[in-house]
Write a protein that binds this ligand. Structure first.
Ligand SMILES: Cc1cc2nc3c(=O)[nH]c(=O)nc-3n(C[C@H](O)[C@H](O)[C@H](O)COP(=O)(O)O)c2cc1C
Length: 179
């Protein structure tokens, strides 16, 4: 896929199913995620791969979190099955005197975007999701996150099950000014 075409027309897809990226394609997606701008080369992120039985495990984790929060357990239980593969992007910032934590978090956000773009370039699609599960203490603990780590996004990946609408075009003058 042409790079400009992808950059100008990227769109998320929430309805995903198999076939999903696997093997070398999935590794290519992760490599794209590892190529993000990274001030100081700190690698302040890591990814957790979820597929197959991992989706069942994530479903259990989400159910436990929802039960604890008093939110809809049945809904939470089904969430991981919205795609055949999920890559969880974890921000894992380091202490550094020149690179503030916000920059490290931004770098982790870039990982999600880069992997979504790469998936689309490979003919798949996906959607970046967060929601309450991303900020749940129970989910963080069960996924093995350390105290200083956080979930930046659940990147749901698979084959698009719905046709993308034409992306909304923004007016440049609404967002760009000059000095
Ligand atoms: C940090 C972040 C968190 C998001 N969380 C959710 C989410 O939990 N659920 C959701 O439907 N969309 C979420 N989105 C938005 C989608 O990823 C997507 O961008 C949106 O549906 C618009 O579609 P588009 O990417 O095709 O413009 C999130 C986006 C970002 C940047």
């Amino acid at each position: 896929m042409d790079a400009l075409e992808l950059l100008l027309n990227r769109q998320s897809c929430a309805r995903l199913a198999g076939p999903s990226p696997e093997g070398t394609e999935l590794e290519t997606i992760w490599q794209a995620g590892l190529r993000v701008p990274d001030h100081g080369g700190l690698h302040p992120w890591r990814f957790i791969h979820v597929s197959g039985e991992g989706l069942d495990r994530l479903s259990e984790i989400f159910s436990a979190a929802a039960l604890n929060d008093g939110s809809d357990v049945e809904k939470a239980k089904l969430m991981p099955y919205r795609a055949p593969v999920i890559t969880i992007v974890v921000s894992s910032p380091r202490d550094h005197d020149k690179v503030p934590q916000i920059e490290q978090l931004l770098s982790a956000g870039c990982c999600v975007q880069a992997m979504q773009m790469c998936a689309q370039a490979l003919g798949y699609n996906g959607i970046w999701r967060t929601g309450a599960m991303a900020y749940s203490k129970i989910v963080n603990e069960e996924l093995g996150l350390l105290d200083h780590e956080s979930v930046v996004g659940f990147l749901y990946l698979g084959a698009a099950m719905s046709k993308a609408k034409k992306p909304r075009q923004h007016s440049i003058s609404d967002f760009v000014s000059s000095i």
